[in-house]
Design a protein around this ligand. Structure first.
Ligand SMILES: [Zn+2]
Length: 471
């Protein structure tokens, strides 16, 4: 089961180099599972038992199923994640000619580590808006092949390179696309028009605008001597989008569930399609239009904000509080901050722990060192969700704070073999906190833990991912 989940995740990462592609990947999977696409411009006829999704800006998505249980009785079970990652975005007038090279001016999107962008085989993807026969249309493109590189300066010319080196993004980050010969004049928009034709057979009259970002072409992979780690760009936070999708697709028919994957978390979430914007609330109000019923439904709902947590990096262990350093392959992490940087409270955390215990999933806690400020997680404050009295910040550990955003991306998050946790908002039977037998708010769909040690009798596969015959 781990291999199936992990390979699905790796394929999802490969198909999703940008938030636009991530949203399209989610939409394709939902469509294949029978979810019906909704258009925000249309009137919606939502039916009990119906399964729907809607996108905004092609980069955010809300998917939901309306269960047979009434919304006033069961509320909504929501999982929130984000589709974007720090990257290098191409500027509007990007063409640069310097010393016989064609380069592109780029802007840093989000809080990116810059050094890992050097010496990588970079490709380019995103959305292009163009006119054709008087109509304005948009299309996603992905060059797929390595078409650019940001070469490091040789150490012979920079003897201070290993002594701490501040990177100037304006001067040092423009990727090199090509060498120019004689009278050649670079034209980025002409390149995009060519790509539209090559990739989609489209003939654009004018390329009007675009949102394009560079990405590392090295694919995600399961790595390590014993296959302990998954590495890959954009694991923060596409892994939560993927896990949330699996949870939604696995949900039973009774409970109403919502998956919300939003763009612009890395830059504050406050855009019209971000988690702190109106998107989710506007969708929820169309599911429950009557104001009083909406408030009652929300008060019975729970949102899990799913993202990455920072596991202890063995070379920087002192960056963590000694009692709260999340470990890899040791279960999901509940993030707590008493200054309310995270939404978790003792009731939601307690309930999450209860579910983990029930499903034999180990669970961890994360508290930032008292002398460090806590980062703000995704889906922290969508208005509709903050009306939701109960929510929790639950994350999977990865050791480097921004590693999920490395272009080379070599994040090692999670579990290649242990406790991947799909949070299924399914089969809810009661209010949280109500101690009424086995009734529970959400089902945690846990993939049971495989043993972390090889068979003690040495008679089984030495590969730790395989369960020994003897325990
Ligand atoms: Zn994140």
């Amino acid at each position: 089961m781990h291999d199936t989940f992990n390979q699905g995740l790796i394929e999802f990462l490969r198909a999703s180099p940008t938030p636009f592609h991530a949203t399209a990947s989610l939409a394709n999977r939902l469509q294949a599972a029978g979810y019906q696409r909704l258009d925000e411009r249309d009137a919606w006829q939502l039916e009990p038992g119906g399964r729907y999704y809607v996108t905004r800006n092609d980069s955010s998505l809300v998917a939901f199923q309306i269960g047979s249980r009434t919304l006033l009785e069961g509320g909504l079970r929501l999982v929130g994640a984000h589709t974007d990652s720090p990257c290098l975005r191409v500027k509007p007038q990007p063409d640069l000619q310097r010393n016989g090279f064609w380069q592109l001016g780029v802007e840093v999107y989000g809080g990116a580590l810059l050094a890992p962008w050097f010496d990588r085989d970079l490709s380019l993807a995103g959305r292009v808006t163009y006119s054709r026969d008087g109509r304005i249309e948009s299309q996603l493109i992905d060059f797929r092949q390595p078409i650019a590189v940001i070469p490091n300066l040789a150490i012979h010319l920079n003897r201070e390179a290993n002594q701490g080196w501040a990177i100037n993004p304006q001067n040092e980050l423009p990727p090199i696309l090509a060498q120019l010969y004689s009278q050649e004049t670079p034209d980025f928009r002409a390149l995009l028009a060519e790509q539209l034709g090559r990739e989609h057979g489209l003939v654009a009259d004018v390329v009007l605008d675009y949102e394009l970002s560079f990405y590392d072409t090295q694919p995600a992979a399961v790595i390590g001597l014993n296959h302990d780690f998954i590495t890959g760009a954009r694991l923060d936070n596409l892994l939560s989008c993927f896990a949330g999708l699996q949870a939604l697709l696995a949900s039973g028919p009774e409970q109403s569930c919502v998956l919300v994957c939003t763009d612009h978390e890395e830059v504050g979430s406050s855009s019209h399609c971000g988690a702190d914007g109106p998107f989710l609330e506007q969708v929820l109000r169309r599911i429950v239009p009557e104001p009083d019923a909406f408030s009652r439904c929300i008060s019975r709902s729970l949102l899990i904000s799913a993202d990455n947590a920072h596991a202890v990096h063995p070379n920087y262990a002192d960056k963590h509080d000694g009692n709260h350093g999340p470990k890899l392959n040791a279960g999901p992490v509940i993030k707590v901050n008493n200054n309310q940087r995270y939404a978790t409270n003792s009731e939601t955390a307690g309930f999450f722990r209860h579910l983990c215990l029930e499903n034999e999933v180990p669970v961890q806690s994360f508290v930032t060192r008292s002398d460090l400020a806590a980062a703000r997680p995704s889906a922290r404050s969508p208005p509709a969700s903050s009306e939701c009295a109960r929510w929790i910040s639950a994350c999977r550990p990865s050791p480097c704070i921004r590693s999920g955003n490395w272009p080379a991306a070599r994040t090692w998050p999670i579990w290649s073999r242990c406790s991947p946790l799909s949070i299924a908002a399914a089969n809810c039977r009661s209010e949280m906190g109500a101690s009424r037998g086995s009734r529970r708010l959400v089902i945690i769909r846990a993939i049971r833990r495989s043993p972390a040690r090889p068979c003690p009798r040495r008679c089984c596969s030495p590969t730790l991912r395989k369960r020994p015959a003897h325990r």
